[in-house]
Write a protein that binds this ligand. Structure first.
Ligand code: SAH
Length: 347
């Protein structure tokens, strides 16, 4: 039996075989087809859409890779008001979105009370929708308060499960242990939790990626977000190479085979390094798209990396464009809250 069959059956592989799959540079049709076949067994041809509202680009952190890091004085900072956030959700709801993702830098202006207020207003207006937060590392008490206010899901990429590599991506005041603590707290509170990492971030080795996969097995998240690292000119890593399309696609397929139930997005970063990156991502096993619902005026300011796509479009265009792209590769956008489906046999 070859290693792809073994991975399909066992949902696991020894480290040395994972390394082989990660390091090969051949185009592995079988791996992608297997990823697609497993996703169809669980999710059919449905693609869940999440409306992304990038509500603040203020950030107190200084991650070396990120364009909205606090020391980027060239970034033009903005915050959306509660009314603006709600009207982005209104537009999204009309377009069929049933999940809203509030993402931002770690912005102290948004105190727990303010976040709880926003979450509860969205939930009151749209009880049929899920609210996902993606606002970084907080205390367990804060996470609990957001959950009690109605937040359903939380995205917090672990970024790297190797202490050494994590340190090369972040300043000393950020530690992997706290990021992990956050993820386990979120799970314990009852959130659907998402973790993940950038592919091809500076200094990342194939062994680091295996550690990422092992950490994901330990956490067993509901969502797994990966996308290529893309350099930003005003960061420490401005001169580093971008992550590769091929490796990102291979990892999407590997993730689908290891975590058959997972909600895996075809990310904006993937669509940025290749015009059809997201379509290829869907074909390799991704089942989620996260179009932007932020108003046009702020889009060009939420720049985590250079050349980000869709910054000149309106949210109505993003809805149509997503539907077209998804159906062009044989899947279908559904109007659905899009919860994780665990416990469906894939054999
Ligand atoms: N402040 C939130 C949201 C971060 S932005 C948090 O800490 O979770 C969301 C994700 O974008 C990050 O987790 C990171 O993995 C990714 N990202 C940041 N800079 C990037 C870059 N230069 N290239 C690709 N992805 C990047």
């Amino acid at each position: 039996m070859d290693i792809v069959d073994y991975l399909v059956n066992e949902k696991n592989l020894p480290d040395e075989d994972l390394l082989k799959l990660i390091q090969t540079d051949s185009f592995d049709e079988k791996l992608y087809l297997s990823g697609d076949s497993i996703r169809r067994k669980i999710y059919g041809n449905s693609v869940y859409i999440r409306g992304l509202v990038e509500f603040t680009n203020y950030c107190k952190n200084n991650c070396y890779y990120c364009g909205i890091r606090c020391s980027n004085t060239k970034a033009i900072r903005y915050r959306m008001t509660t009314e603006e956030i709600l009207s982005a959700c209104d537009r999204g709801h009309q377009m069929g979105f049933r999940t809203f993702v509030l993402q931002g830098g770690e912005d102290p202006y948004f105190t727990d009370d303010r976040i709880c207020q926003i979450v509860s207003e969205i939930k009151a207006k749209y009880p049929d929708c899920a609210v996902t937060l993606s606002i970084g590392e907080k205390s367990k008490e804060s996470y609990k308060a957001y959950f009690d206010a109605g937040a359903d899901r939380y995205l917090l990429r672990h970024e790297s499960a190797s202490d050494e590599h994590y340190k090369k991506l972040h300043p000393d005041d950020m530690v992997l242990a706290n990021r992990k603590r956050c993820l386990f707290d979120l799970k314990e509170i009852g959130y659907q939790v998402g973790a993940g990492f950038m592919v091809g971030s500076p200094f990342q080795t194939a062994e680091d990626i295996v550690r990422d996969l092992r950490f994901l097995q330990e956490l067993d998240p509901d969502m797994i977000g990966i996308g290529p690292f893309i350099s930003h000119k005003e960061t420490v890593f401005s001169d580093y190479e971008n992550g590769s399309l091929e490796l990102t696609l291979r990892l999407i397929a590997i993730l689908r085979l290891m975590f058959p139930h997972a909600l895996i997005p075809a990310t904006t970063a993937l669509g940025t390094i290749h015009p059809l990156g997201r379509e290829y991502g869907l074909k390799a096993g991704a089942n989620v798209m996260m179009p932007n619902l932020s108003p046009k005026e702020v889009r060009e300011k939420y720049l985590l990396y250079d050349n980000k796509i869709c910054v000149n479009e309106d949210s109505s265009e993003c809805g149509d464009c997503t539907r077209r792209r998804v159906s062009s590769v044989g899947y279908q956008v559904v109007t659905d809250i899009g919860n994780v489906k665990r416990n469906i046999e894939t054999y």
